[in-house]
Design a binder for this molecule. Sequence first.
Ligand code: SF4
Ligand code: FES
Length: 365
Amino acid sequence: MTIPPPIAMLAELTHRCPLSCPYCSNPVQLQGKAAELDTATWADVFRQAADLGVLQLHISGGEPASRPDLVDLTAAAHDAGLYTNLITSGIGLTPKRLDALESVGLDHIQLSMQGTTAGLADWVGGYKGGFTRKMAIAQEIKARGIPLTLNAVMHRHNLDDLDATIDLAVELGARRLEVACVQFHGWAVRNRDMLLPTFEQTEATKRTVAAATKRLRGILAFDFVPPDYYSDYPKACMGGWGSAGLNVTPDGTVLPCHAAESIPHLTFQSVRDVPLADIWFKGDAFNAYRGTDWLPEPCQSCERRDIDFGGCRCQAMMLAGDASVTDPVCTRSPDHGLVLKVLEDAGVARKDGEFTYRAYAGKQG
Ligand code: SF4
Ligand code: FES
C-alpha cells in the first residue's frame, strides 16, 4: 500500500487555557507547561512537516495564545512554507499581538464560540468575562480583514442558539461557520448526559443549517458536524486513520488523532526521538488502522468501506472497549445497541445539572 503524505498537522502548542470547556478535545490527563516543546524544537517540527508534504498547520492548544512565543512560532511556520491557521478562544490575543501575527504571515483565524450571550458563553467556557473579551478581539480581527472562521461547538445547551450564532458570524464578517456538534471523547464523555442534544434538536439543526447554507451562499460557508449518535453511519474520522493528518501534543508526542491516547495498546513516538517522516510512514501507531485491510466484518464487505473506513477508532474503544471493531454508531454494527442504550439513559437522566469542567489533575506545570 502506498502511503500518501499528510495534508494537515495540528500542533497543540500547550494544554494551558484560561477557559475550561466541558467538551475540551484535550486528553483528561493534561500536560503541564514544563513538558512543552521549546520554540526551536517546534520550529524544527514545522520544517519537518513542510518537508514531509504538510500544507496546512493548525496552531492550537489549549489556548495557543498562552504561549509567549506564539508570534515567533507562527513566523517559523510561515517561513517553512505552511499555511497557518490559528485556532483560538481569542483570550490572550491583543490588538498589538494581532498586528504582529499579521506581519509574520498568519493566514487565518478560527475563533471558538461557546454561545452568543455572555451568560451562556461564560457558563459553558467556565470563564467569567470571556465573552466580552472574545467579542472585542473578534472586532479587531474583522477590522484587519484577517480571514475568519467561527467554530461553534454545539450541544444541548446552545443548539437553540444556532440562529443567533449564524447572525453573529455574518455580523463579524466570518467567511465560514463550523457548526460542530460535540463528539464524545475525553472531557465530553464525562459530561455526556449534559451535552447530548435531543433528537428533535438534532433534526431542527439539520433544517436550520440547510436553509442557512442556501440563504447565505457567497456570504457564509458552513461546515456541519452532526451529533453522530443519531446518525445511521459513522463519520470518516480523520478522513481515515493515518491518511491525511496528524497531531503533535505539547510535549512532542505524535498522534494519528487527538484522542488516540485513549487506545491503550498503542504506543506513540515523539519528535524529540524520531524524525516526523519516520513516525508517519513507519510508526506502529500510524500503521495500526491504516487503509482497509484490517477492517472487521461487517465493514470488510460493506459498500461504504471506502467512505467511512469503519468510523472512529477512539469511539469504538470508548463504547465497545475495542478499537478494532466497527464504530458502534453504525446501525450495521453488532454493538449498535450500546449507542441506543446511551441515548436511552441520557433521555432518562437528562437534567440541568453542573458541568465537570476540564482541569489539571495535579499542580500545573
Ligand atoms: Fe461504515 Fe462499517 Fe458501517 Fe459499512 S458497516 S457503514 S463500512 S462502519
Ligand atoms: Fe481517534 Fe476518531 S478521534 S479515530
